[in-house]
Design a protein around this ligand. Structure first.
Ligand code: FDA
Length: 394
């Protein structure tokens, strides 16, 4: 049979995490699905995720781990598909996995295991997989027409799972937002999230520390406190704590970094027994030497420990607890793990992910204005939002 232009129940735009998971669920329900992707293979972002090991979920997932203009929207889908349900699936396929830290579940062997599993979940008799096929627009009369560089395909329903704008060289495009706008939806302004920050060069004497990591507590005006690693880069700061904070920032926000997270270290600095030791060497008993030296040099703390009064030492400790680097920007979509913002959730059903404006048009995954913290939450949202459609189609 020539399946080229066969009419299907669903066309899914984007063979990423959300699209593949939805295809699995829908074909198992007997629905015919055409899944279209501009790339040459499905699940490309999954393959590079988690450093190649895919942090596929987080067992602590709750709505508080997501950023959205409409914070309660994600609750319904998340409550109907838990991290443990995905873990159960992973176990069914005998994929070895482990918890790394903070509830983050990773593959032991390779992210390829997850893509293989998602492909295996799809009933191939019901699927047409259309790769290297770029969607250009979607129109609707009584059915949908998906216009691509390979021709026009028709379906009863369309699922937009085309992701965000991060990593354009892996297929990211604005098509999901364009489709939403063309059907009268609004878009919550997008920006790079989970992205390294650039610090104003004149106030950043730490570029030589690139690659060095220290523990920290980081907060922005609107974010919770993130207590994780901070990584120095040539241009500024990265590492889990900074990436987390970056998703909450816009250009006017500042970030406050506490590098002295162990309270006993405050006492050690203020009232320590370091006598004639150079201040920078005293700091080296707490921090990596390279950081201690660079910090002391930049702050002109060049004397011995005992040269400074306890009051001054407390002030120095407070500097370490209240570092506010001047942020010049971020490294943009080419380095961002996610896109914050997206299709306005006030115009979607939280139960089914269907458009409130256009029946049988759905939006799932990262294209929607729901952005997870770092740590497996974004994939959990992809699975849970895809699952919501299948429940409604049953
Ligand atoms: P996704 O981006 O996966 O898929 C969208 C698909 O649509 C792509 O395949 C794209 O090619 C296709 N597409 C776009 N435009 C198109 C067009 N015009 N025509 C046809 N197809 C088109 N999250 C997590 O929870 N744990 C982790 O370990 C990581 N690690 C990680 C590492 C890196 C480097 C990045 C960049 C991101 C992560 N993430 C992550 C985030 C996670 O990858 C992301 O949130 C999900 O992949 C989103 O899934 P979606 O299916 O919504 O989009």
């Amino acid at each position: 049979m020539n399946t080229n232009f066969l009419h299907t129940d669903f066309i899914i735009i984007g063979a990423g995490a959300a699209g593949l998971f939805a295809a699995g669920k829908l074909t198992q329900l007997g629905k015919t699905v055409r899944i279209i992707d501009s790339e040459d293979k499905p699940g490309k972002k999954i393959l590079i995720s988690g450093g190649g090991y895919c942090n596929f979920t987080n067992i602590h997932t709750s709505p508080s781990h997501f950023i959205s203009d409409n914070p309660h929207f994600c609750t319904s889908a998340l409550s109907r598909y838990s991290p443990y349900q995905f873990i159960e699936l992973v176990e069914q396929y005998h994929i070895p996995y482990h918890e790394k830290v903070l509830g983050q579940m990773f593959c032991d062997t390779s992210a390829r295991d997850i893509v293989k599993m998602l492909m295996f979940e799809i009933n191939q008799n019901k699927l047409i997989l259309e790769l290297q096929c770029k969607v250009q627009s979607v129109t609707k009369s009584d059915i949908f027409f998906v216009h691509t560089n390979k021709g026009i395909y028709s379906s009863q329903s369309v699922i937009v799972s085309s992701g965000g704008l991060s990593i354009p060289k892996m297929g990211a495009s604005c098509i999901g937002y364009d489709i939403a706008l063309s059907f009268g939806h609004t878009i919550i302004p997008t920006k790079p999230g989970l992205v390294p920050l650039i610090v104003q060069a004149e106030t950043f004497p730490y570029s030589d520390l690139a690659g060095l990591s220290i523990q920290s507590e980081i907060q922005t005006e609107e974010s919770p406190i993130f207590k994780e690693g901070l990584l120095f880069t040539h241009k500024g700061l990265s590492g889990p704590a900074i990436l987390q904070a970056s998703s909450y920032m816009n250009h006017i926000n500042s970030v406050t970094i506490n590098t002295l997270i162990d309270p006993s270290n405050y006492a050690k600095i203020a009232q320590g027994d370091f006598g004639k030791m150079d201040w920078k060497n005293a700091l080296s008993t707490i921090f990596p030497k390279r950081f201690a030296y660079a910090w002391a040099q930049y702050h002109k703390q060049c004397e011995t420990y005992s040269h400074y009064s306890e009051k001054t030492r407390k002030l120095f400790a407070e500097q370490l607890m209240n570092w506010q680097p001047i942020i010049a920007g971020n490294e943009g979509y080419s380095k961002a793990e996610v896109t914050v913002g997206g299709v306005n959730t006030k115009e979607l059903s939280s139960k089914t992910m269907m458009s409130n404006k256009i029946p049988n048009l759905y939006f799932i995954g990262e294209v929607v204005d729901v952005t997870g913290h770092l740590g497996g939450y974004n994939f959990q949202w992809a699975w849970a939002s895809a699952n919501a459609i299948s429940i409604s189609s049953n």
